[in-house]
Design a protein around this ligand. Structure first.
Ligand code: DOR
Ligand code: ZN
Length: 428
């Protein structure tokens, strides 16, 4: 099987490429990246006026399988990923049962191989049943293919357990992904604690709930020399902690989400439960700090924290609604429209944050268009305009606060393993 992608603007930050070039894919691998490739009888994709990138990686996705297939499953979730321009996603382990052993992790790997439209890399739990008291068998999880461990959805409350997790993860050269939340400080909170929580009469979650845990985990990373990765960092204080720790040589990385970069706590005044997410949408001061941290390299990657929920979980009082935003299918368009098209991020930086950035955090051999590598490619149409309509989502989770928003610059084509899996609105 050979395929030529012709005439696109190829942006490959890992190789410092930003040029009008052609790409030849042969046997599922990148066979050539140069100008003027043409072959008779080889299928050719006209990518003029498109942006051709290494396949986007989303290292924080809730696929909900096993146990919550009514919210999402491997088929619907990987279709949503393909439609969102992602070629590789990491599956968070807060399922039922949680991914805390070899068998469950293998189930995800096997199911994804058979049914998945994109690459799925599982993440195992830090503690058994995510109960916070006993470490999972991390060696087994790594053996089954887990690329990281995380109790995401909840913090690891005990510092001694977190310390041990870091020691073990270090032996296997995998990062520990931390959901930073002091549950006592955050208890009962529904939105960011600040001016708007007072005005709206909703209990707030202080920024300190996140920052206390980020600080603790950075200190434990320093103690152990292990790699701590801060999930969905959302505050100015977290950015300062990570920036400072990096400057001191501590092995810390972090991700931010498209929603924390683009939506503020003011919109919670609609009482639309689709704005309810953990950590909560913050004030504009924090959004500015996250954007500055993207620009100065404090942030390693953008990840969606795709958290699909069923209709009933959100069709209720704000207080009772589940936390989470279905993010896979809007992430690229949101970041392009709100950050690239407005000059906050250069396109090359944006591509890096979705490719080589997450690949480095995970230590995986992906995120570039280097010759000989597997041909995972994402192509963006920078001129495409579309109104977000969750009814068109492949994801079962229709819970998006971007509903009815018009965005410019959308995924156009997604290629996984040399195969076109998404093309102009349709998963193939
Ligand atoms: O909003 C969230 N939803 N935050 C989390 O940490 C977990 C996630 C979920 O699993 O729904
Ligand atoms: Zn999450």
């Amino acid at each position: 099987m050979r395929l030529i992608i012709k005439g696109g603007r190829v942006i490959d930050p890992a190789n410092n490429i930003d040029e009008l070039l052609d790409i030849l894919i042969a046997d599922g691998k990148i066979a050539a990246v140069e100008a003027g490739i043409s072959e008779v009888n080889t299928e050719t994709i006209d990518a003029r006026n498109k942006i051709v990138c290494p396949g986007f990686i989303d290292m924080h996705v809730h696929l909900r399988e096993p146990g919550f297939e009514y919210k999402e499953d491997i088929v619907s979730g990987t279709k949503a990923a393909a439609a969102g321009g992602f070629t590789t996603i990491c599956a968070m382990p807060n399922t039922d049962p949680p991914v805390d052993n070899f068998v469950t992790a293998s189930y995800i790997v096997d199911r994804a191989k058979i049914l998945g439209v994109v690459n799925v890399l599982p993440i195992g739990t830090i503690t058994k049943k995510q109960a916070g008291s006993e470490l999972s068998a991390i060696a087994e999880l790594v053996d089954a293919g887990c690329v990281a461990v995380s109790d995401d959805g909840k913090p690891v409350v005990r510092a001694d357990i977190m310390r041990n997790a870091l020691e073990y993860a270090k032996m296997f050269s995998i990062p520990v992904l931390s959901h930073c939340e002091d549950i006592d400080l955050a208890k009962g909170g529904l939105m960011h604690e600040g001016y708007f929580s007072t005005i709206y009469g909703l209990k707030g979650i202080p920024t300190a709930a996140e920052e206390l845990m980020a600080a603790r985990d950075i200190i434990l990373a320093e103690l152990t020399g292990a790699h701590i990765h801060i999930c969905h960092a959302s505050t100015k204080g977290s950015m300062d902690l990570v920036r400072n720790a990096k400057a001191r040589g501590i092995n810390v990385t972090c991700e931010v989400t498209p929603h924390h970069l683009t939506l503020s706590d003011e919109i919670v005044g609609s009482y639309d439960t689709f704005t309810k997410v953990n950590p909560p949408l913050r004030s504009s001061e924090h959004i500015s700090a996250l954007r500055a941290a993207l620009q100065d390299g404090t942030v390693d990657c953008i990840a969606t924290d795709h958290a699909p929920h069923n209709f009933e979980s959100k069709d209720c009082e704000y207080e009772l609604a589940s936390f989470g935003i279905s993010g896979l299918e809007t992430a690229i368009a949101v970041v392009m429209d709100k950050l690239v098209n407005t000059g906050v991020l250069k396109i090359n930086e944006m591509v890096g944050l979705f490719t080589v950035g997450p690949a480095k955090v995970l230590g995986i051999d992906k995120g570039s268009l280097t010759l000989g590598k597997i041909a995972d490619i994402s192509i963006i149409d920078p001129e495409a305009r579309k109104v977000v309509n969750p009814n068109d989502f492949y994801s079962k989770g229709k819970n998006t606060p971007y509903k009815n928003m018009e965005l410019k610059a959308w995924p156009w084509m997604t290629i996984v393993n040399g195969q076109v899996v998404y093309r102009e609105g349709k998963v193939i």
